[in-house]
Design a protein. Structure first.
Length: 185
């Protein structure tokens, strides 16, 4: 997708639904879109204490010193993938997401410059790759799957990818982004 189309999907002042914090762990992720390429995702290192080996957006805990979810997402992206925040344009947020593992995630959508240089931090990130816009815009994706978790059957979204299984919170956030880019909610 071209930069103008990406910006048009996030008009200035567009409201998002923010959920009450409660006792959930507050987190922010950077949904970094590079024109002509796609949305950047990471495969978390197998050495990570939580969600090891899973596909995710750069991001993490919102610290007390972070001035906003945007500041936290940019800080985490710098730590995890070496993203220089200076040329990044924040476009807005997607609806907050609550996980079954106790996280309250604020997805911060950003436009990255074409040809952005990224350097994964090897202790946190095993792989870094873009999910192409063609996948996000394909109305056949994502697909709904079912599985058993904590003794009950759950339905969840999965984005097809030749090398990785993209599911859980990452798949849901991608689904919301895809709907926005397709002209939906």
């Amino acid at each position: 997708m071209k930069e103008a189309a990406l910006r048009a999907a996030f008009p200035a002042g567009l409201a998002h639904e923010s959920l009450a914090p409660g006792r959930l762990r507050q987190a922010a992720v950077l949904v970094g879109m590079e024109p002509g390429k796609g949305v950047w995702l990471t495969r978390r290192s197998a050495r990570m204490p939580t969600h090891a080996g899973q596909i995710s957006f750069p991001g993490g805990k919102i610290e007390k010193f972070d001035s906003s979810p945007e500041a936290a997402a940019l800080r985490e992206a710098r730590e995890e993938i070496g993203l220089d925040p200076a040329p990044v344009a924040i476009l807005g947020r997607l609806r907050d997401h609550i996980t079954g593992t106790g996280f309250h995630i604020t997805p911060v959508v950003a436009l990255l410059p074409e040809g952005v240089r990224l350097a994964p931090e090897e202790n946190e990130v095993e792989a870094l790759f873009p999910l192409p816009f063609s996948d996000l815009l394909n109305p056949e994706f994502p697909v709904r799957r079912k599985g058993v978790w904590r003794g009950g059957e759950r339905a969840f979204w999965v984005w097809p990818h030749q090398d990785y299984v993209i599911w859980g919170a990452t798949a849901e956030i991608l689904r919301r982004l895809a709907l926005r880019l397709r002209g939906g909610v």
